[in-house]
Design a binder for this molecule. Structure first.
Ligand code: LAN
Length: 727
């Protein structure tokens, strides 16, 4: 394919492959992020590069140094001064959302097999990102900080080759060497087997079945796929379709070449059925259970004689579900993996002339983010609401939100929050097995449009904080809409009191034994999460102060049961395990925030005392905290080699929520965080902050502003109070 012709490239990705002064981020009315490359001088003079563009591209902002802070509040203020440079006109903070290293391959393979091109600049910078994220051994891991795996290396190798890197390029040679050392692509985990089969460089016979027929079962069946965790089922719907038709790219020179390059044996001599359950040991996080293996035995046999009318009906059903997700999200779909799989299904069924094809092609760009080290595929179409929610609360709680200097910024936040709340349920609700959305806030944008429990909680809190505490702020979000948000929150509580991520827990937890994706943990069902539960408890408590009448009894009971759940979820060592941020530090901060709102403190609660003592025991000699993403994998506290600013903030916030009576640990945390601040008010990027599915780390680069500002501002007042002074 000419659009993907091989390229002559530099030996490394150190220097940009494109002119970085030409990249611009356009924010659409819906809050989506689209990176453009300007080609003409007219365009360049009509559209100057903003500070936000420059920051994310790694171009120095050349801001003058700010007055050196003499206390924590001044440091927070300087931090916010810097942060306002990154706020866009519509009021929010764009940000990169990278980390996972299995998303570019989906983007590239999906585009390639459906004939969707990239611009030359996109190709070059995607390649450069891959170059810049190789490990020492030449391979890639499942995320940017992880050791090389077959999943990361086989898929990114193919992506790189499709994008135009020649087989004899030094980066390709080294990556191939690494892949071969790991045993070659036969041992790629099941999601990798799938992508390579789509590309026609892995035989479909090397895959266990992905039975689309499950969607024909009656809804009440305990393991019916509509009860699976929404990300898992939304991946397995298009996957089931594409497996069912054994979709594959036509053979071409590149396909034939890749078959020679990624294996350690002759492609045509591979025993494919023997590879179905084979996954390289470095990749294995959740090995198949015996029950799953037995089930696969049955399914492998069924597949030999799949009943054609049944298969057709099942495929039709999966196709309908794909279309409904496309229509509900304006072709963004729920996430980056389903995005590219749905795209292939629609390209196949609807064809390249269809509206669906064109919209899908356009919407790829919402996920493509330009960074200093090249172009990546984001974990979602951004973390817009999540970032703005924390920023709003940081501003109000520190008092910075009241300062005239930041007034415009705060009002911008409120405008954005107002726009972002969902006013309606999705077009396809019950038929698409969706939870209602009216009144909810999503993680990214209203168009993506999925309810998330804690995003609704943070969104609601952020609005209430600004509308009720910033003088003169217009009440743009009406009481009715605030109540709609409360209704959504109340609808999401599970019987044992906790809150999960997108929906109620719909399936029994034994379903986890059927987890077919060897690289993730806890993906089959929703689970309760202390983090999500906290956002809901705190939002409801804040709302209750604002409006003591609306569903007062429901709120009271919900909060009570949620707090009971939190108590039960505390670990014997004193912390809470975090599923979405790293790790015990993250979740313990949330849990203590909840407990503080129901009046539990170090003085009166054994749980809070245990938690604070646990955190204090982890404080380092330099005054900070540092926890590695490995804690999330192993579920045991694991120290990071370096102290981390963001985690220091979480730990110090936790101590303040718990009303920890001794000032020293908090003072030392403040010192550490202040000592790492740059003269322009910013903080440098440190280790990765977030996580999902236990095994994948994901970046939240705006956390280094949100939680620093929040913690420093709060600590200023807290420490003054402890010392009996007036802040
Ligand atoms: C996210 C990001 C945000 C996150 C929080 C709001 C922080 C959390 O409290 C609830 C769950 C949620 C919404 C979440 C779920 C899983 C996501 C969407 C992600 C971690 C971002 C990327 C990830 C998604 C599953 C990535 C695609 C990979 C697959 C395995 C399908």
């Amino acid at each position: 394919m000419a659009a993907y012709a091989p390229l002559d490239l530099p030996a490394s990705g150190k220097l940009p492959f494109t002119d970085y002064s030409r990249w611009r981020l356009r924010v659409t009315d819906e809050g989506d992020h689209i990176w453009h490359y300007l080609r003409t001088d007219e365009e360049l003079s009509a559209w100057p590069q903003s500070d936000c563009d420059k920051y994310w591209l790694g171009i120095p902002l050349d801001l003058p140094p700010l007055p050196k802070p003499t206390n924590a509040l001044e440091s927070a203020r300087n931090g916010y001064r810097f942060f306002t440079h990154l706020q866009t006109e519509d009021g929010h903070w764009p940000g990169e959302y990278g980390g996972p290293m299995f998303l570019i391959p989906g983007l590239v393979i999906g585009s390639y097999v459906t004939g969707m091109p990239f611009t030359m600049e996109e190709r070059l910078e995607l390649i450069r990102y891959l170059f810049n994220h190789t490990n020492e051994d030449g391979g890639w891991g499942i995320h940017i900080e992880g050791q090389s795996t077959v999943f990361g290396t086989a898929l990114n190798y193919c992506a790189m080759r499709i994008l135009g890197v020649k087989a004899d390029h030094p980066v390709a040679v080294k990556a191939r060497g690494c892949l071969h050392k790991l045993g070659g692509a036969t041992g790629v985990p099941s999601w990798g087997k799938f992508w390579l089969s789509i590309l026609n460089v892995y035989d479909w016979d090397g895959n266990h079945p992905v039975p689309s027929e499950l969607w024909l079962l009656p809804d009440w069946v305990p393991f019916h796929p509509h009860k699976w965790w929404i990300h898992t089922r939304n991946v397995y719907i298009p996957m089931g379709y594409l497996y069912g038709i054994r979709y594959k790219m036509e053979e071409n020179d590149l396909v034939l070449a890749l078959r020679q390059e990624i294996y350690t044996q002759d492609y045509y001599s591979i025993d494919w059925p023997a590879q179905r359950s084979y996954v390289a040991p470095v990749d294995l996080y959740t090995p198949h259970s015996t029950i799953l293996e037995l089930l696969y035995g049955v399914l492998d046999t069924y597949e030999q004689c799949a009943f054609p009318p049944l298969r057709r009906a099942a495929l039709q059903r999966c196709y309908e579900l794909v279309v409904m997700d496309d229509e509900n999200t304006d072709y963004q779909t729920l996430g980056p993996v389903s995005k590219m799989m749905n795209l292939i299904v629609r390209a196949h069924v609807d064809g390249p002339q269809s509206e669906a094809y064109k919209r899908h092609m356009e919407r790829r760009r919402d996920f493509m983010w330009m960074a200093r080290e090249g172009m990546m595929m984001g974990g979602t179409n951004g973390s817009q609401l999540w970032d703005i929610g924390f920023t709003a609360q940081a501003l109000v709680e520190t008092g910075l939100g009241k300062e005239p200097e930041f007034r415009e910024s705060v009002l911008g936040i409120l405008r954005w929050l107002d726009e972002c709340q969902m006013r309606e349920n999705p077009k396809h609700l019950e038929r698409a097995y969706r939870h209602p959305t009216k009144g909810a806030w999503p993680f990214s944008t209203r168009t993506q449009g999925y309810t998330v429990s804690d995003c609704t909680g943070e969104g609601l809190k952020a609005v209430l904080y600004i509308q009720d505490h910033v003088e003169g702020a217009p009440k743009v979000v009406s009481e009715r809409r605030l109540c709609d948000a409360v209704d959504i929150l109340l609808s999401l509580q599970n019987p044992d009191g906790g809150f999960a991520s997108y929906e109620l827990i719909r399936a029994p937890q034994w379903l986890e034994y059927l987890n077919p994706a060897e690289v993730f943990g806890n993906i089959m069902t929703e689970f309760n999460y202390p983090e999500c539960t906290t956002s809901v408890i705190t939002a409801l408590s804040v709302f209750k102060k604002h409006n003591p009448e609306y569903r007062a009894r429901d709120i009271e009971q919900t909060v009570k049961r949620a707090v009971d759940y939190l108590h039960k979820a505390q670990r014997p060592e004193g912390g809470w395990f975090g599923s979405w941020g790293i790790c015990f530090t993250y979740a313990t901060q949330f849990a203590l925030e909840s407990l503080s709102l129901v009046g539990e403190t170090y003085a009166n609660s054994a749980a809070v005392r245990r938690a604070c003592d646990f955190l204090v025991s982890k404080q380092r000699a330099d005054g900070g905290w540092g926890e590695s993403y490995k804690s999330c994998e192993t579920m045991q506290w694991t120290e990071h080699e370096k102290t981390q600013v963001v985690q220091t903030c979480w730990a110090a916030m936790a101590l303040m929520y718990g009303k920890y009576p001794h000032p020293e640990p908090i003072e030392r945390a403040v010192q550490l965080v202040m000592s790492r601040q740059n003269p322009d008010g910013s903080w440098p990027q440190e280790a990765i902050e977030g996580v999902f599915n236990k095994n994948v780390a994901i970046s939240y680069p705006n956390f280094k502003f949100e939680f620093t500002i929040w913690m420093l501002g709060r600590a200023h007042h807290y420490l003054a109070e402890l010392r009996g002074e007036k802040a």
